[in-house]
Ligand binder design. Structure first.
Ligand code: FAD
Length: 292
C-alpha cells in the first residue's frame, strides 16, 4: 500500500493549533511515490496539503468529501547525493537542522526551531532574522495539478520574497527539494541551534498549542514596520479571550488554544484584533496563517 486513508477523522493531531475539526477524508502517503499516486487518484477533489499544520487554521468544523486533506510527514527521506542535500517535502525543518549539523553542513541552524516541513516552508519562504529557506534552494521537484505529471523548477532570482514564494502562483505541490551544501563546523552549528531555541522559547507561548505568529507585521503610513504586540498592548488585547481562544499573555503576537478552542471562537478573536487596531491606528492587519 502506498498511502493510508482515514475517514471521518479529526484533524486535531495534524495541525499545531489542535482544533477538533472533522474531515471526511484524510490521506497519508507513506512514500513520495505514494504521494504522487494519491494526488492522481484524488485529482478531481479539492486537495489541501498539510505539512506540519503549523501555519494554518480551519474556517469550518466539518469538511465533507469534496475536500481531501493530504498529510505529508511520512514522506521524509533526507540524504546527500552529488554534493546536494536531497530532501523530501515532509522532512521537518528540525530534522533538516540536525541532519546538517551531524554532517557539518553550514547554514541550516535557523531551521531547528521552526516547526514546519520543507513543503510548507517553501510555500511560506519560512525563516528568521536574515535567513530564509529560499536562499538555499537549488531545485524543486513538483507535482503539476494541471498535467498530473512531475517536473523540476529552478528558482530565478526573485522566486522567493518575504514569507512568499512564486510556488503560490503555480498550481503545484512540492515533492522534493535540492538544497545547497556549504561545509561548516559541527560545534558552531550545534551552539547556534541551541542558542536560537533558547531565545525563541523564552519569548514564545510554547505551553499552549498555537500556530506561530498570527498576523503579518504591518507597516505604518510612512512605510515603517510596526510590532503587532505593541499595537495589541495599546488597545488592551493582551490576554483577550473568547472561550478557549486567547491572545497570548506571554506574547500577544500569538493566539493560543487554552484547551478546547472552537473554530468560531478563533474567528471572533481574530475579528476583534483587526477591529481594535483599525479603530485606534487606522492600520489593516493581515493574517499570516493560511485559512482553510
Ligand atoms: C511556535 C511556532 C513558531 C514558528 N516560527 C516561525 C518562524 O520563526 N519563521 C517562520 O517563517 N515561520 C514560523 N512558524 C510558522 C510555520 O512553522 C512555518 O510557516 C512553516 O514553514 C510551515 O510549515 P508547515 O509544514 O507546518 O506548513 P502547513 O501549515 O502544513 O502549510 C502551510 C501552507 O503550505 C501548504 N503546503 C504544505 N506542504 C506543501 C507541499 N508539499 N506542497 C505544496 N503546498 C504545501 C499548505 O497547503 C498551506 O497552504 C512558526 C509556527 C509555530 C507554531
Amino acid at each position: 500500500m502506498e498511502y493510508f486513508v482515514l475517514r471521518n477523522h479529526s484533524l486535531q493531531r495534524f495541525h499545531t493549533f489542535r482544533l477538533d475539526v472533522i474531515a471526511d477524508t484524510i490521506v497519508l502517503p507513506i512514500t513520495k511515490k505514494g504521494m504522487v499516486a494519491a494526488l492522481r487518484d484524488f485529482h478531481d477533489k479539492r486537495i489541501v496539503v498539510i505539512g506540519n499544520g503549523s501555519n494554518m487554521i480551519f474556517s469550518q468544523s466539518n469538511y465533507d468529501s469534496n475536500t481531501v486533506f493530504m498529510v505529508t510527514t511520512m514522506v521524509d527521506k533526507i540524504e546527500i547525493t552529488d554534493n546536494i542535500l536531497y530532501v523530501q517535502n515532509g522532512v521537518t525543518m528540525n530534522k533538516l537542522a540536525w541532519f546538517t549539523c551531524e554532517n557539518s553542513i553550514d547554514g541550516y541552524a535557523f531551521c531547528e526551531d521552526i516547526p514546519g516541513t520543507l513543503g510548507g516552508a517553501l510555500m511560506m519562504n519560512a525563516g528568521q532574522w536574515q535567513y530564509t529557506i529560499g536562499q538555499y534552494v537549488k531545485w524543486i521537484e513538483v507535482f503539476d495539478k494541471d498535467t498530473l505529471q512531475t517536473k523540476t523548477i529552478i528558482p530565478d532570482a526573485d522566486f522567493f520574497r518575504y514569507r512568499h514564494s512564486k510556488l503560490n502562483d503555480m498550481n503545484v505541490i512540492v515533492l522534493s527539494i535540492g538544497l545547497k551544501i556549504e561545509p561548516g563546523e559541527y560545534m558552531e552549528i550545534l551552539d547556534l541551534m541551541l542558542e536560537y531555541r533558547r531565545e525563541r522559547y523564552v519569548k514564545q507561548p510554547r505551553q499552549y498549542p498555537n500556530g506561530g505568529s498570527t498576523f503579518k507585521r504591518p507597516k505604518d503610513k510612512n512605510g515603517d514596520w510596526l510590532f503587532i504586540w505593541k499595537l495589541f498592548d495599546e488597545v488592551g488585547l493582551r490576554g483577550f479571550q473568547i472561550g478557549d481562544a486567547q491572545v497570548s499573555q506571554k506574547h500577544p503576537g500569538f493566539i493560543v488554544n487554552r484547551g478546547n478552542a472552537k473554530v468560531a471562537e478563533v474567528q471572533m478573536v481574530i475579528a476583534e484584533c483587526k477591529k481594535r487596531v483599525k479603530e485606534k491606528f487606522d492600520v489593516d492587519i493581515e493574517l499570516e496563517w493560511r485559512v482553510i
